[in-house]
Design a protein around this ligand. Structure first.
Ligand code: UTP
Length: 331
């Protein structure tokens, strides 16, 4: 099948027509009327990477602790997961990452000092970000063998249920958050469906991303389509579409069996995309075109852009930031 870029909707409309002529039993799973709802209780946060693109910042400090405005990246994604109804937060960590665990712990000295000084607002910020006891698990990826390997390290804590994966270096600025949008999409699908958050990228840059092919879609299910093949970093000119796979996934536990024997792929790493390609042979995958602006905070330029965007989105900072930027640009 040739490339299907956005705007090439003819096939979707043809598909739509065909579906309504078919008896319901032969329709695509997108048309199942009352699927059993899928409950997503756990989210995996792979945080064991080296963050080489933002060195030297990440020499001794985890990339996931870089701050956007006044919060570390990891706090943004945990908040996004909480908002989406996630009950258990699983971190796949590595060397030099223990400060992530500390960030979610109670700091008694700090609490006591803030209380003694009457700093109620600051105390409330700490209390707001405090996870419930027992709601977090930490496991170790001893060496950064790739995202697929990091996800596999969480297999025993996830167990036999569908789960979310969130990459902390990608933020989506939107309310409701990206994961909440995906879970709402998942609720319209049957059991054993997998979902990936997708975003359009310029066609000449597709070789830098995991790309998915675009299958049938239907507006009744919002901005969601059946994934028709996936490929990690396709050579220039061969991408099946310009929809890139971004850092939010809802996966079925069968992915772990595949990851167990998954060979190294692009970049000599065990790639999650390769395991998803294998799982797509037996289970459905859907691409969710989420609402909101995605920020790649794992690159220096993306990190700076995110700081401006998140600052400008804050009522308490917007005017001051605008003023500072104006003064800087007028220099
Ligand atoms: P990235 O590829 O963006 O992160 O992985 P990286 O490898 O840390 O960064 P660079 O490319 O060297 O700058 C996305 C997420 O997956 C985690 C990373 O910590 C990051 O949050 N990851 C990646 C792992 O947990 N283990 C790995 O082996 C690779």
């Amino acid at each position: 099948m040739g490339p299907r870029l956005r705007g090439d909707d003819t096939e979707f409309f043809d598909f739509h027509e065909t579906c309504y002529e078919q008896p319901i039993s032969t329709r695509s799973p997108l048309f199942v009327e009352a699927p059993a709802p899928m409950k997503i209780r756990k989210a995996v946060f792979p945080v064991a990477g080296l963050g080489t693109r933002v060195l030297p910042a990440t020499k001794a400090m985890p990339k996931e602790m870089l701050t956007i405005v006044d919060k570390p990246l990891i706090q943004y994604v945990v908040d996004e997961a909480k908002e989406a109804g996630i009950e258990h937060f699983i971190f796949v960590t590595g060397r030099n990452k223990s400060v992530i665990e500390d960030h979610f712990d109670r700091m008694f000295e700090l609490d006591a000092t803030l209380a003694a000084r009457g700093k109620k607002a600051e105390q409330e910020i700490l209390a707001r970000d405090q996870p419930a006891p027992g709601a977090m698990s930490f496991t170790r990826q001893q060496a950064p063998h790739g995202l697929g390997h990091a996800v596999w390290c969480a297999r025993d804590i996830v167990g036999d249920e569908p789960f979310a994966v969130i990459l902390p270096d990608e933020l989506v600025l939107h309310a409701p958050g990206c994961l909440a949008q995906m879970i709402a999409a998942a609720e319209k699908l049957g059991d054993k469906s997998n979902l990936i958050a997708v975003e359009e990228v310029p066609a000449h840059l597709t070789h830098n991303y995991g790309i998915c092919g675009v299958g049938p879609r239907h507006t009744r299910h919002g901005a969601m389509f059946e994934v028709d093949g996936m490929v990690e970093k396709p050579p220039k000119g061969t991408a099946p579409s310009n929809f890139s796979i971004t850092g939010r996934y809802i996966l079925q536990p069968e992915i772990f069996k595949i990851l167990e024997t998954q060979e190294r792929g692009s970049g000599n790493e065990i790639q999650l995309t390769d395991a998803m390609i294998a799982l797509a042979k037996t289970q459905s995958f859907y691409g969710v075109e989420f609402e909101g602006e995605r920020h790649d905070c794992g690159s220096k330029a993306g990190f700076l852009r995110a700081n401006i965007a998140y600052g400008m989105a804050r009522d308490d900072l917007r005017d001051g930031l605008r003023e500072e930027m104006k003064r800087y640009l007028e220099k």
